[in-house]
Design a protein around this ligand. Structure first.
Ligand code: ZN
Ligand code: ZN
Ligand code: ZN
Length: 394
């Protein structure tokens, strides 16, 4: 492997598995069954899409860890860092095998069986990865009658939401690539192009900047900016209106997600509407207040409240219609969520967005979004493109 390609070193996966098994023991789980998705990537380095054939990392409370995969994926599974490091064995199955029954058999293996007959933890719940398809969940439930199932996130959440140094490094790289994309788009031509054209340019640039996936490119011009999750339509961008640009994807599996709202003045130099400038300043102040609120021990909901307070005090409370942020890592939206009701205390290593917005239906919207990592010294702001209102000619 070349040194220039960013990624997670193999020994990190061994360390994560060890911590996962501590979490299994602490929660009293009998086992975790992890299907294809972000949890599997986190634990093994396996990158893939879920499909009708079941692939499962079987992590019992004690005994060997097995990676149960269809034959045609066995080579790929053997090459994952966790397996290559000797911390899990690949168990391939054929097209006609009853995989769920095989998995049930593995869980009833000698080690766990001896413990269960002694009335031990082996009768505890089985954790299923949150993203496992219903068809697989139902097969496993039939193959393991009488067992209790819980979301594996009960054991994995605490691990995944605290980013290790390698993950923080990849989030930094992803944010920098997104910033360069944002700056290039703001410096280019917008007037006379459709949102979709600009969206395609964003996706292309994210890939050119090293992303492996350019997931989303929200281009909300004029009234479309009032819909926070508007995609990119065939609407033509005009002079004398704002555009909300919210872009991101993944770099080496880790997410970027940043939003800037710019004013398109055009050749005629149409100045921002006074209320737009006012709303922009409010959102910027809210974004700063929420960022300043980030400290270890502060509840996630307090970060939301910090932004909401600024916006409500300015009279726009009813137009800030979403939570202020979401965790980010292997998934663009993951724990912890910065939302009212989430009393989770922030801890160093948590990475999340801070993205207040004000949306005036039929007119426009303003949103500003940075990714931050909580550190002992407060928020480490990963996105560095300017938060000043950009008034662009093109
Ligand atoms: Zn979103
Ligand atoms: Zn976003
Ligand atoms: Zn976001």
């Amino acid at each position: 492997m070349s040194d220039s390609r960013p990624g997670i070193p193999a020994d990190r996966y061994v360390e994560r598995l060890a911590r996962c098994r501590e979490a299994i023991a602490a929660r009293g789980f009998a086992a975790l069954l992890i299907g294809v998705g972000p949890d599997l990537r986190y634990l093994t380095g396996f990158v893939g899409e879920p499909m009708e054939r079941l692939t499962l990392l079987v992590i019992p409370d004690v005994g060997p860890v097995r990676f149960v995969v269809p034959h045609l994926e066995a080579t790929k599974a053997a090459a994952t860092p966790l397996v290559a490091a000797g911390a899990a064995d690949v168990v391939p199955f054929g097209e006609t095998d009853d995989v769920a029954a095989r998995v049930a058999g593995l869980l009833a293996g000698p080690e766990t069986h001896a413990r269960s007959s002694a009335g031990s933890l082996a009768r505890g719940p089985i954790g299923l990865s949150d993203r496992l398809w219903a068809m697989h969940v139902l097969q496993l439930q039939r193959a393991l009658p009488g067992r209790q199932f819980e979301p594996a996130s009960m054991a994995l959440r605490d691990l995944r939401q605290i980013k290790d140094a390698d993950e923080a490094r990849l989030l930094h790289l992803a944010a920098q690539a997104a910033d360069r994309t944002m700056d290039a788009i703001a410096a280019g031509t917008l007037v006379g192009r459709t949102e979709a054209e600009v969206g395609r340019e964003i996706r292309g640039r994210l890939i050119d900047e090293g992303h492996d996936l350019a997931d989303f490119a929200i281009v909300g011009s004029g009234p479309n900016g009032a819909a926070p999750h508007h995609d990119a339509s065939d609407r033509m961008i005009a002079a004398g209106e704002p555009v909300v640009l919210d872009l991101g994807g993944t770099l080496a599996g880790y997410g970027s997600d940043t939003t800037r709202t710019i004013w398109v003045a055009g050749e005629a130099g149409i100045a921002p509407e006074p209320e737009f400038q006012r709303v922009y300043d409010v959102v910027r102040a809210a974004q700063a207040a929420a960022t300043t609120a980030v400290k270890p021990g502060v509840r996630a909901e307090e970060v939301d409240a910090a932004a909401r307070h600024v916006i409500a005090a300015a009279g726009y409370g009813e137009f800030f219609t979403h939570r202020v942020g979401h965790g980010i890592g292997l998934e663009t939206h993951e724990d912890p969520y910065m939302v009212s009701g989430n009393a989770t205390p922030l801890r160093p290593g948590m990475a999340f967005s801070v993205e207040p917005g004000i949306y005036l239906p039929g007119r426009w919207g303003v949103r500003l979004e940075n990714i931050v990592v909580c550190t002992d010294a407060g928020a480490d702001v990963l996105n560095r493109s300017s938060l000043d209102l950009r008034v662009v000619r093109g």
